[in-house]
Design a protein around this ligand. Structure first.
Ligand SMILES: *[C@@H]1O[C@H](CO)[C@@H](O)[C@H](O)[C@H]1NC(C)=O
Length: 146
């Protein structure tokens, strides 16, 4: 029983020493962290109605347009999921310019020499002109572009 008491006293002394060590020599500062105050105007951007002026082009006319490009005459092109290349003329009228049997037409670009370059995820790189469609690249290093 005396051994048990000695152990208990030793344990209490140990815990007290440990607690005093933490209270007086702890590297953790108990100081309250003061964050800089922000002015209310800095956290809330000024309101505006810029997005109210956005005009949706081709709403209801275009099925899944993926990209847009503008040619030198100012006509805007887009390739749709249905395989259509649609052209928006400067006078605001849409034209079904070209139809291609594909539902994977993605990015488009208007090169300086005219026509329209279209990336097709299945068939490769295509060039559309008023005369028709040319496949510019369907393979790279012997591997089919996919
Ligand atoms: C709009 O412009 C295109 C290209 O110049 C022309 O073919 C089309 O007839 C015009 N549409 C209207 C409604 O003026």
């Amino acid at each position: 029983m005396a051994v048990f008491k000695k152990c208990l006293v030793f344990l209490l002394v140990l815990l007290t020493a440990f607690a005093l060590q933490i209270i007086f020599f702890s590297p953790i500062s108990p100081d309250i962290l003061e964050l800089p105050l922000t002015s209310p105007s800095a956290s809330v951007p000024p309101s505006n109605n810029q997005l109210q002026k956005v005009i949706k082009l081709g709403e209801g006319l275009l099925e899944g347009p993926e990209d847009v490009a503008v040619d030198e005459d100012g006509a805007l092109y887009t390739a749709t999921r249905g395989g259509w290349i649609r052209r928006l003329h400067r006078n605001g009228s849409w034209e079904d310019w070209k139809k291609f049997e594909s539902n994977t037409l993605l990015g488009i670009a208007t090169p300086k020499r005219g026509g329209l370059i279209v990336c097709d995820a299945d068939k490769g790189l295509l060039k559309f002109t008023d005369d028709g469609v040319t496949v510019l690249a369907s393979h790279v290093d012997g591997s089919e572009i996919r």
